[in-house]
Design a protein around this ligand. Structure first.
Ligand code: ZN
Length: 495
């Protein structure tokens, strides 16, 4: 049964089924997403998880109100790889982490991701982590040995419930540092606390040291949101062991579920392969943004449903660029009044998004709507032969239907964080000052040519036209075409 107040349905990884999403408190909906470990640039797989979470965040804000959703995404700013990079470069860890945290935020902003409401740093929550570990030790869920504290998985009977993991998988452990294996009671036990490394550490009742990765998220989710949050999201690669371990720690320390809904996005594949450092096929968001508009990358990331694998390719980016051009073109035509503008934007969340964020189905609707709009537009032109009265009636009818269909679609795309720019600006692309100057020179040359023509100066006219042609060519090579309006003004458009 549809619930008017809670229209969203989500696939819950914990129960393995699509469920109506009902928050604990509709005036304070909470979601947590595992953020980056900031020691290098984010890759496109990281971006997929962030964009999926951003769509969910936008949908929740729409349903429950912009101020009713708290979205925390952490920054892991203490980690062995960060410490290693800092030691190698002879700088404090903060120098590495601040740089890459900023890069991450800028990359995601370029992909139209809204900033989360909270962005806690692990190093600012060490006290909360120590408290959690002390509780787990006191209650017998953890044990300390030789400067380390481990979580004892045999003490938590639901361990493995999220991932459905077998004991065999569990034996593999995770991010196991040298010497940790020998200290563990069970192979699947994971580290909560370990001794300081290269001088990086904090004082704690169980010895000076640094936190394990999993305990960071448990402490931050509790401090920033609640002991039980509504939604925990993240990439499927984090489901085990990271999220499994977060659940074990939080559930045992608090005696209640860590999150009611778990939302995981699938892998991003490079052709047939999984993207991995060892295969050398890692694509960085930072590099992609040098060549592609952030909105193109965002659309490409949304082309597959979040629970399907997404095959990443250059062709996917080209297709996304062409699709965005078509959408912005439709919008531009509306603005130009070919189809009369309609001031009323719908406030109704598209059905596709309510249905477990079926973004590809929503995008597919555009093709239908566009061909529909095109047919109607052609119909509009056909009636020009009709008599005055029926012409006026048909024009009004067809135009309204067409405009509404396209407008509804444009409006729907806002929930996806797409079409965030003015269409004119979109087609102008990212023309540099240099290119804008070339356009000004072009207009000057055209002006001179027309003046020379008027005064009968054929030589002057030829020179000026040649100059304007040369500038047109130069701009063409830079990927711009010059569009000149009937009133003589010109502007640049990305080819
Ligand atoms: Zn996490």
């Amino acid at each position: 049964m549809e619930n008017q107040d809670h229209p969203l349905k989500l696939y819950n990884s914990l129960t393995r089924q699509v469920e109506p999403f009902v928050p604990q408190d509709a005036s304070r909906v909470t979601m947590y997403n595992c953020g980056p470990t900031v020691y290098s640039y984010a890759h496109i797989g990281n971006a997929r998880a962030a964009v999926v979470a951003d769509v969910l965040f936008r949908v929740l804000r729409h349903i429950y109100g912009e101020d009713a959703v708290e979205y925390a995404r952490n920054i892991t700013d203490v980690d062995d790889r960060i410490i290693a990079a800092a030691t190698e470069q002879g700088v404090p860890i903060s120098e590495i982490t601040e740089k890459y945290a900023k890069v991450y935020q800028d990359d995601l902003a370029a992909l139209n991701c809204l900033p989360p409401t909270q962005e806690p740093k692990a190093t600012e929550h060490i006290g909360g982590m120590i408290d959690l570990i002390e509780t787990l030790l006191a209650d017998g869920y953890a044990y300390a040995t030789d400067g380390h504290v481990f979580f004892d998985v045999s003490k938590y009977e639901d361990y493995g419930k999220l991932s459905g993991n077998t004991l065999e998988n569990l034996r593999k452990g995770d991010r196991v540092g040298e010497g940790e294996v020998a200290r563990k009671k069970n192979a699947a036990d994971f580290v909560l606390w370990k001794p300081e490394l290269n001088g990086v550490g904090w004082d704690a009742p169980f010895g000076r040291g640094r936190p394990g990765w999993h305990i960071e998220c448990s402490a931050m989710a509790k401090a920033e949101l609640d002991e039980t949050i509504d939604i925990h999201c993240g990439g499927i690669d984090l489901k085990f062991p990271h999220h499994e371990n977060e659940i074990a720690q939080s559930n045992c320390a608090h005696g209640k579920p860590m999150a009611n809904y778990w939302v995981h996005n699938e892998f991003l594949q490079m052709g047939k392969d999984k993207m991995s450092k060892s295969l050398g096929n890692v694509v960085l968001v930072h590099d992609l943004l040098k060549e592609w508009d952030g909105e193109v990358i965002r659309l490409a990331l949304l082309k597959a449903h979040y629970r399907s694998e997404l095959v990443w390719s250059e062709a996917l980016l080209r297709e996304s660029k062409a699709q965005l051009d078509r959408m912005y073109r439709a919008w531009l035509e509306l603005q130009k009044g070919i189809w009369p503008p309609d001031e009323v934007f719908s406030e109704v969340l598209p059905d596709e998004l309510c249905d477990d964020l079926q973004v590809p189905n929503l995008l597919a609707r555009f093709s239908d709507q566009r061909s529909f709009a095109k047919t109607m537009h052609e119909g509009y032109q056909d009636v020009t032969d009709a008599d005055e009265k029926s012409l006026a009636t048909s024009k009004a009818k067809i135009s309204t239907v067409t405009a509404d269909a396209v407008f509804t679609f444009i409006d729907n795309l806002r929930y996806l964080g797409l079409l965030q720019r003015d269409p004119e600006e979109w087609f102008r692309g990212n023309a540099s000052e240099d290119e804008e100057q070339l356009l000004a020179d072009y207009q000057d040359a055209r002006q001179k040519a027309l003046q020379a023509k008027a005064s009968g100066d054929k030589v002057g006219m030829g020179k000026a036209f040649a100059a304007s042609d040369a500038i047109r060519e130069e701009l063409k090579e830079r990927g711009f075409v010059i569009e000149t309006a009937p009133d003589g003004t010109s502007k640049l458009r990305r080819d």
